[in-house]
Ligand binder design. Structure first.
Ligand code: ATP
Ligand code: MG
Length: 361
């Protein structure tokens, strides 16, 4: 499969050239079964220029130390837990880490309230099981078992949504690095290179807490929201440009001024005050994450391309912002209108956006 034939290539497909260049330039020691040294993995995530001039694009924008800790953890016997509010790139970082370390980001289990032990350990092909009895051929391996066998990284999304008893089936895997298969009288012992990256967000309510037994087997890295508006504008413009290319939307039409505007609105509503610190604003119920800012702009780009004059205008982003902010039709709407009237209305150069916002509400 090439990048052009699928809607969303895996990280290792999308960045195959960068990964190959890093591997060629990488002279440092690699942990067993790793494709790259820890240094090269961090380079891949944060970007840089190789001695031969190859440019590695940054995937993650944020503190270097966090990524170093994450990568170093994966070289130990502890698993990695990426924690943070929604939209802080937990899934994104986990995909890129597995692409760089194992060359395979697809060994993924999605955690839900309905995740069963089978999807963490193994299941059976029942037709075969009934016809032939338990055999290795009738066994359906989970992505985790597969990763253990091949010495790769497995990914577990939304760990805290998984019921506590099912979570506990991870304890043996993580401490003994072994998965017994009593039906076959065998076990699978993980090969070097195996480890687990789990993600969890600390905002969702009603999730299952991690048991302390399991928590001890993870090193937790908390991914923060971007600390400055410039950093957030950089993340958003980069991702909008990449997504625009893959969706064949003219990303150059995404004016920096509109990106700044969306980021400013999101940051102000999220933090509860205007950027100059002068005015307090109320925060709506939604998260207004960086990820959501990216969607608002991509959506605006589609509106501008198909229904506008091809350039992103204030009214193309206003609809998306309104949708992202007003999750609760009563309380959030009031907050949005108050923000429009007290902040947007007074701001220089924001008159078009104010009008567009007013029409929508
Ligand atoms: N600091 C950052 N650096 C680079 N990209 C970022 C950053 N923060 C957010 N993003 C972008 O946000 C998008 C969404 O991130 P992702 O889905 O990984 O969030 P998440 O933390 O897993 O959220 P959720 O808790 O909802 O699952 C990605 O496209 C990613 O590129
Ligand atoms: Mg996620």
């Amino acid at each position: 499969m090439t990048a052009a034939t699928v809607l969303r290539p895996h990280a290792e497909q999308d960045h195959a050239a960068e990964l190959a260049a890093l591997a060629a330039a990488d002279e440092r020691a690699k942990p067993p079964n790793w494709n790259l040294s820890p240094w090269a993995v961090v380079e891949y995530l944060l970007g840089g220029t190789l001695p031969d001039g190859t440019v590695i694009t940054p995937k993650y924008v944020g503190p270097r130390r966090l990524i170093e800790v994450a990568v170093a953890t994966l070289a130990t016997d502890r698993a990695l837990l990426l924690l943070g509010v929604p939209g802080t790139a937990k899934t994104w970082v986990s995909e890129h880490l597995s692409a760089a370390i194992s060359g395979d980001s697809t060994l993924l289990v999605q955690g839900t309230a309905g995740t069963s032990e089978e999807s963490i350990r193994y299941g059976w092909n029942y037709a075969r099981l009934i016809a032939e009895g338990p055999s290795a051929a009738a066994l359906v391996e989970s992505p985790l078992l597969h990763a253990m066998r091949d010495g790769k990284l497995a990914r577990l999304e939304e760990l805290t949504r998984i019921p506590a008893d099912v979570q506990d089936s991870l304890i043996t895997i993580l401490s003994e690095k072994t998965l017994p298969i009593p039906e076959l009288g065998t076990e699978v012992q993980a090969r070097p290179g195996f480890n687990l990256i789990a993600t969890a967000n600390n905002r969702d309510k009603g999730v299952n807490e991690l048991s302390s037994a399991l928590r001890r087997r993870f090193n937790t890295v908390v991914l923060p929201l971007p600390d400055s508006a410039e950093a957030e504008v950089e993340i958003v413009s980069r991702r909008v440009a990449e997504l625009g290319t893959s969706l064949q939307l003219p990303a150059e039409a995404a004016e920096l001024s509109e990106i700044r505007r969306v980021v400013t609105v999101f940051r102000e509503l999220r933090s509860g005050r205007t950027e100059d610190g002068r005015t307090a604003v109320k925060s709506p119920s939604g998260t207004l994450s960086t990820a959501e800012a990216i969607s608002v702009l991509t959506g605006g780009l589609a509106l501008a391309t198909h229904f506008g004059d091809g350039v992103l205008r204030p009214h193309d982003v206003a609809a998306g912002i309104h949708g992202a902010v007003v999750k609760d039709p009563v309380a959030d709407r009031a907050i949005w209108i108050e923000y429009l009237e007290t902040v947007v209305r007074e701001r220089d150069g924001w008159a078009d956006f104010y009008r567009a916002g007013q029409e929508l509400s």
